[in-house]
Write a protein of this length. Structure first.
Length: 240
């Protein structure tokens, strides 16, 4: 019997905590051959998932959104990752004509001037490329963790993303920061050195800053805006 995607979610929702991440990934690739994809920003969490995918040779595509405004450290860890795993992480970049018009008309740093400019910039540099990356896939794996934000505490590990019409799986949702760091160290995985300087999630350089211990990670993004407006469209209601 062929299950619909929503039926499949219902069937497997109870499973992620009962099977290992590796088993769950394997089952997903068997259920959706060639249609499971993982988005990495080369964060601590994403590096753990990349390691699991590539050392197990799971047939899962890995891509990143190269906004053109990332930190030099992010490009360095991207290169180091390609080298360590003998791979080439797929890059999705902004549509060049959209970006040319946007930057020409509003200036290179217009995101500081209004929420609308910031949202338009995020749409062109992140949301639109993401839609292209997810197209024709059935499952999207992310590195979201519940500890990052209060919004994520009740998030299911497997969920249906209505906007992108895709199943989302968050394998590290319930991992602690210490568990992630330990896994990185034990497996000698390359990581972004900005994590050692107080950066929790690392996005575009002009829009990300370090936070103090205990601060919500939203404090590290778009700090000049009201906190209720901080959302870029990658994950509804959360910053990424
Ligand atoms: Fe633009 Fe900042 Fe959004 Fe990056 S995070 S796409 S630079 S507004």
């Amino acid at each position: 019997m062929i299950l619909s995607l929503k039926e499949y979610i219902t069937q497997i929702t109870s499973e992620p905590g009962e099977v290992s991440i590796e088993e769950f990934l394997l089952k997903s690739t068997e259920r959706f051959p060639g249609k499971v994809t993982f988005s990495t920003s080369f964060s601590y969490e994403d590096q753990v998932i990349t390691h699991k995918i590539l050392t197990n040779n799971f047939p899962i595509s890995i891509f990143t959104l190269d906004t053109g405004r990332l930190f030099p450290e992010t490009y360095s860890v991207w290169s180091a990752t390609n080298e360590k795993y003998n791979t080439h992480i797929q890059a999705y970049t902004p549509d060049h004509s959209l970006l040319e018009n946007f930057v020409s008309e509003r200036g290179p740093n217009s995101f500081y001037e209004s929420v609308q400019n910031r949202k338009d910039c995020c749409y062109i540099r992140k949301v639109d490329p993401l839609k292209r990356a997810l197209k024709n896939n059935a499952m999207w794996i992310t590195g979201l963790r519940a500890e990052h934000s209060i919004d994520r505490h009740d998030m299911p590990q497997v969920e249906w993303d209505e906007g992108n019409q895709i199943i989302k799986y968050h394998p590290l949702l319930h991992w602690t920061f210490d568990a992630v760091k330990e896994y990185i160290n034990e497996n000698n995985i390359p990581y972004n050195p900005l994590h050692d300087k107080g950066f929790v999630s690392i996005g575009c350089a002009p829009c990300t800053r370090a936070i103090r211990p205990g601060e919500d990670f939203r404090a590290g993004r778009w700090w000049w805006e009201d906190s209720v407006k901080k959302e870029c469209g990658l994950h509804v209601n959360v910053v990424d």
